[in-house]
Structures are given as C-alpha cells and as structure tokens.
Write a protein that binds this ligand. Structure first.
Ligand code: NAP
Length: 248
C-alpha cells in the first residue's frame, strides 16, 4: 500500500529522475513523466519496481494542456494524488538578449512557466480540501538563476525561474488554508544533461571554481531537499525556498 501518488514531471533524467527514485523509496507511487526519452523513463520505472516500489511512465509535454490532462488521468488510475514535483524545465543555447528569437522565448516560457502552472492547477483541483481533496504538497523547481540572472547565457531562463518564484509565493498563500503546501527548490550548478542542451557540455567544469564549495552538486543532493519539502517534516513550511547551490 503506497503513501499516495506523486507526479514527477521530467523524471526520465537528471534531477527529476533522482526525485522519482527517492520518492518511491519513501513509499509513494510515482508517475514518471517524460517527453521524448522513453528508454530512460522505462529504466527509472524498472529500477523502482525492482526495489518493490510502484511507478508508471507517462509521456507528455507539460507545455501542452491536453498532455497535462492525460498525465493526470493516468495518475488518477494509480490512486489519490498527494504530491506534485513540478520539475520539467529547459534551457536553450547560450545567447545574449539581443539575439533571442521570439520562438525561443515562447518555448522557454511555455515549458518552464505555463507548463508548471498547468501542472499545479491540476494538482490543486485534486488535493485542495475546497474540492473534496485531502491536501498535499507541491514542490516547484526554480533555480539559483532566478537571483543570479544568468547574464550572457540565458537571461530568459533566469526570468522563467523568477516567474516560478513569484508563482510559488502566490499559490502557497492561495491554497494554504486548503491543506496544500507550495514550496520551491533553487538548485545551483548541478551535474545533469541540461548543460549539454545549452551547447555547453563542459559548463560544470568551467563554472566549478565560481562555487564557494568549489564543486558542482548532484541530482541526489537536490532531490533530498525536494523530498523534505514534500514530506510532513515540512508541515509548517509553505511559500518558501531551499537553495541547493554550494553557497553561490
Ligand atoms: P535534464 O537533465 O535536461 O532533464 C530534463 C528532464 O525534463 C528530462 O526528463 C526531460 O524528458 C524532461 N522534459 C524536458 N522538456 C519537457 C517537457 N516539455 N515536458 C515534460 N518533460 C520535459 O534537466 P535537469 O538538469 O535535471 O533539470 C531539471 C529541472 O531543474 C529543470 O526545471 C531545470 O531548470 C532545473 N535546474 C537545473 C539545474 C542544473 O544545473 N542541472 C540548476 C537549476 C535548476 P526527456 O528525457 O524525455 O527529454
């Protein structure tokens, strides 16, 4: 018998994958969402099931409302929703603001901002006591970029994470009396595939010395903060942030 269902968006790789594995180890039934990489998502599900946990892989682009509804329909079949780890997010190639195309900006905001808000909307509909739910927790994935600004790399990405911070504060206040806590984690430089997506596979090595701890973080270190915020141990925390950035 699971502790209830947790949806992890973007759970096939990186930080989402680590969150899915840790959530399953804590007894949640996990929806492993991915958008393209089915092999990687299936590997996460296999690892969870092999460890006697419960998980399903569900393909879906969080920027597409129909896909978000399908992800939640699949989750509803698994059991009652108790949490959302709103993790899916993208960067783009390093560029200065004057070189940004409108298409780039629309994609970034559609996935990182609108996708996160749509996923949270569906979670609220299911978990809010106002709608007959039993409460729950949402953890949004922000970034240290929200306060660093990421000049000369991806100011658009930083702005999308700034939006996630404001959304976290506002939604937390909106649903605080309805049994739902909403918090966010702000990772710093974490060793995942995302840097290669920005055309900079060596970015972690390049920026390591700028971190006060002189090292990058791991997806597991971020997931530990996420799982704490998701848990009842964080029962009086809402609308707040944990920065996991080695001091930067
Ligand atoms: P990653 O290694 O690139 O993994 C991205 C994950 O998101 C993959 O599972 C991917 O699925 C999924 N995904 C991408 N677009 C999606 C969409 N439209 N709908 C649903 N899923 C989608 O990224 P990561 O480094 O783990 O980053 C995860 C989150 O942490 C992001 O929100 C990112 O902004 C944030 N973050 C990362 C860092 C860092 O240094 N790594 C720092 C701060 C914040 P597929 O496998 O199917 O492509």
């Amino acid at each position: 018998m699971s502790k209830g269902v947790v949806i992890v968006t973007g759970a096939s790789r990186g930080i989402g994958r680590a969150c899915a594995l840790q959530a399953a180890a804590k007894g949640y039934a996990v929806v492993v969402n991915y958008t393209a990489n089915q092999v990687a998502a299936d590997e996460v599900v296999d690892a969870i099931v092999h460890a006697s946990g419960q998980a399903i892989a569900v393909k879906g682009d969080v920027a597409e409302e129909a896909d978000v509804l399908a992800i939640y329909a699949a989750a509803d079949k698994l059991g009652p929703l108790v949490g959302l780890i709103n993790n899916a997010g993208v960067v783009d190639l390093r560029a200065r603001v004057e070189d940004f195309s409108a298409a780039r900006l629309h994609r970034m905001m559609a996935i990182n901002v609108i996708g996160s808000i749509l996923c949270a909307r569906e979670a609220v509909k299911r978990m809010s006591t106002k709608h007959g739910g039993k409460g729950g927790a949402i953890v949004n994935m922000s970034s240290a970029a929200a306060y660093l600004g990421s000049p000369n790399e991806f100011v658009d990405y930083a702005a999308s994470k700034g939006a996630i911070d404001s959304f976290t504060i506002g939604l937390a206040k909106e649903v605080a009396a309805e049994g739902i806590r909403v918090n966010a984690v702000r990772p710093g430089l974490i060793d995942t595939d995302i840097h290669a997506s920005a055309g900079a596979p060596d970015r972690v090595v390049q920026f390591r010395s700028a971190i006060p701890m002189q090292r990058e973080g791991s997806a597991d270190e971020v997931a530990k903060a996420v799982l704490w915020l998701l848990s009842d141990d964080a029962s009086y925390s809402t609308g707040t942030f944990i920065t996991v950035s080695g001091g930067r």
